[in-house]
Design a protein around this ligand. Structure first.
Ligand code: ZN
Length: 604
């Protein structure tokens, strides 16, 4: 237990409690409204009816979202609480009923011809909702007849989603024995693999990779069946829903054109030497000729490398210091951002206590109706926690800047969701690096953190994307055996990492160990990360160039994220062209700048 200080969030502006009168009354009112919308005999017939239905749908969705945000908070702060567990399952049921309302809406939108749809969009009551209407219409046109959609939803539980659940069960049950450099053995569950791969002990990392993969090998038949059948199921559904290519749906979910996605990936691959150069340097810093896959996330002992005295203890921050640091870092960019962070802290929007019974991890969640966010984290005083706080405050600021927009215009895709949060981290990081009191070792660690991130986005996640793409390209003609999947994975790793990774120390079982490939709700759970990272870096590049002149641009851009595609958000908000590789190169320049600074610092 640390005594670095903390805060508990104040949820009373939402409700007094999930078993209290205010929440129960709110729930009952929403439930009644959902029931009414389902039970009205006819789907909306005239455009006027449809417009009214849409307004009610939007309002209802916002009220439901308000409860979901609240429930996410109360569930996370005390996982074992039975009262909130029960309230959550009731809310989930209500959510499922609400989806029937959505099916009804989509069916009505499907029946409109182009002219009628245009007329609907030009209704003054739909002002500011045009883009979301287009998205709803696209979903409507890419859905099967209601009866078939209902069948698909029913089969989801025993088919499509069942494969994902099977995978999760297998992953949750696997464990393996590891040996550290002192020859000590212990067993570890699969859930610890990622953190073990960041251990300073190379023998432990090597053992973790080898032994965890041995465990996956034992489950190879089931896991490869899950992967093949998830893809098979998805491809069948996509074909029935009128998608012509397996990437179309993922690109639509991301609010992105396929051609833009390809331009981004091509540009990153063209400049793959940049992160590879960093990895070659990292090998040297770790005293290795070449990195193995198990070394990608390894920490570097700069003191040992530079033969400098090791600091007695790594620096820690109190809760108060962390808040002050972040406010100052944000102020340097925009006093309004700093003021917002100060108020979020002072108004107790953040839950940061180290306490048993809390869920792990961090998140930011926002109620559109309340116009407030809440941040969940566990603050133990290390630098990583300060960054988490800055990151989540970035999310909250994004929501704050959208204030006054109609509810549906808050709905931004995953690709744009990390814009403000990654930006906030960059602000903090640059602010810290500019501090005169920072030692060379501390600076080096900060750059390593940034460059490790860059290598992960530009190589590791690109590798996941290319693997998935090749797999889906060939999947209609064949079932992949586990060894074929391993081979494809190794080939992709060689292609992306080049000679920055030792060919004999790759990770052929990565297709089995990475759960993202098994998510059924969304495919290609990889490129939105690359997009978000590079988009944010591109914006940061502009902010550095323009200084305070950039502030209105930043606000305009973030307000657009739920009202336009990624391309239009960049064009209208930033004057940038995402279909031109120059934009992506400007993001890579920032990483190049970091790499140069890192090298100079090492050699100084
Ligand atoms: Zn985030």
């Amino acid at each position: 237990m640390t005594n670095c200080g903390f805060d508990n969030w104040d949820l009373r502006p939402f409700f007094q409690g999930p078993d209290q009168e205010d929440y129960l009354a709110y729930f009952a009112a929403v439930q009644e409204q959902v029931g009414e919308m389902i039970s009205c005999k006819q789907a909306p017939q005239s455009l006027e009816d449809l417009s009214a239905f849409l307004l009610e749908f939007e309002e209802l969705q916002a009220r439901l979202q308000h409860m979901v945000v609240y429930m996410e908070c109360v569930r996370s702060e005390d996982i074992a609480n039975e009262v909130s567990a029960q309230a959550q399952s009731q809310l989930e049921e209500l959510g499922a009923q609400f989806r029937q309302v959505e099916v009804r809406l989509l069916a009505s939108l499907r029946q409109l011809d182009e002219e009628q749809f245009k007329q609907l969009c030009s209704d003054p009551k739909m002002k500011g909702a045009e883009y979301q209407l287009e998205r709803l219409r696209h979903s409507a046109l890419h859905s099967m007849d209601s009866e078939l959609e209902n069948l698909a939803a029913e089969l989801d539980l025993t088919g499509f989603k069942a494969w994902e659940n099977l995978y999760e069960n297998i992953a949750g049950s696997l464990n393996f024995e590891i040996t550290d450099s002192k020859g000590q053995k212990r067993r570890a569950p699969m859930s610890l693999k990622v953190s073990l791969m960041e251990d300073p002990d190379r023998q432990l990392r090597t053992s973790t990779l080898a032994e965890s993969n041995q465990a996956w090998k034992g489950a190879a038949h089931s896991v490869s069946a899950a992967l093949n059948n998830i893809a098979g199921c998805r491809l069948k559904l996509q074909a029935r829903r009128g998608y012509k290519h397996f990437l179309e749906e993922a690109a639509f979910d991301s609010g992105l054109q396929r051609s833009t996605l390809e331009k981004m990936i091509d540009t990153v691959l063209k400049h793959a030497e940049l992160p590879r150069r960093y990895l070659r340097l990292k090998a040297k810093l770790l005293g290795l000729e070449r990195l193995g896959f198990q070394d990608l996330g390894a920490p570097v002992d700069f003191a040992a490398y530079l033969h400098e005295a090791k600091p007695a203890k790594s620096k820690t921050y109190t809760w108060q210091e962390a808040g002050e640091l972040i406010v100052k870092a944000f102020n340097r960019f925009d006093p309004a951002f700093g003021k917002f962070a100060r108020e979020a802290l002072d108004n107790h929007w953040i839950e940061s206590e180290v306490r048993e019974g809390k869920r792990p991890g961090g998140f930011c969640t926002s109620s559109i109706l309340l116009g407030q966010s809440r941040i969940f984290m566990t603050f133990q005083g290390n630098l990583g926690d300060v960054f988490t706080l800055a990151h989540e405050l970035g999310h909250a600021y994004h929501e704050y800047l959208m204030d006054g927009l109609r509810p549906c215009a808050h709905n931004y895709p995953m690709t744009l969701a990390e814009t403000a949060s990654t930006f906030a981290e960059a602000l903090l990081s640059d602010y810290l690096l500019a501090q005169p009191g920072l030692s060379r070792l501390e600076k080096l660690s900060m750059y390593q953190r940034r460059l490790d991130d860059a290598a992960s986005y530009l190589l590791n996640i690109v590798m996941r994307y290319l693997f998935e793409r090749s797999f889906y390209e060939k999947r209609p003609d064949k079932l992949f055996s586990a060894s074929e999947l391993c081979l494809l994975m190794e080939e992709t790793q060689k292609q992306v990492y080049g000679d920055a990774l030792d060919e004999k120390q790759l990770d052929p079982w990565f297709w089995a160990s990475k759960g993202h490939f098994y998510i059924t709700e969304i495919s290609f759970y990889n490129f939105p990360y690359i997009f978000g990272y590079l988009f944010s870096m591109g914006i940061y590049a502009q902010a550095l160039k323009q200084g305070s002149k950039f502030l209105p641009t930043f606000t305009k851009l973030l307000r657009l994220t739920g009202s336009a595609s990624c391309e239009d958000t960049a064009r209208l908000g930033l004057g940038a062209d995402l279909t031109d590789s120059k934009f992506w190169e400007s993001s890579l320049d920032i990483i190049n700048r970091d790499f140069t600074a890192f090298e100079e610092l090492l050699n100084s």
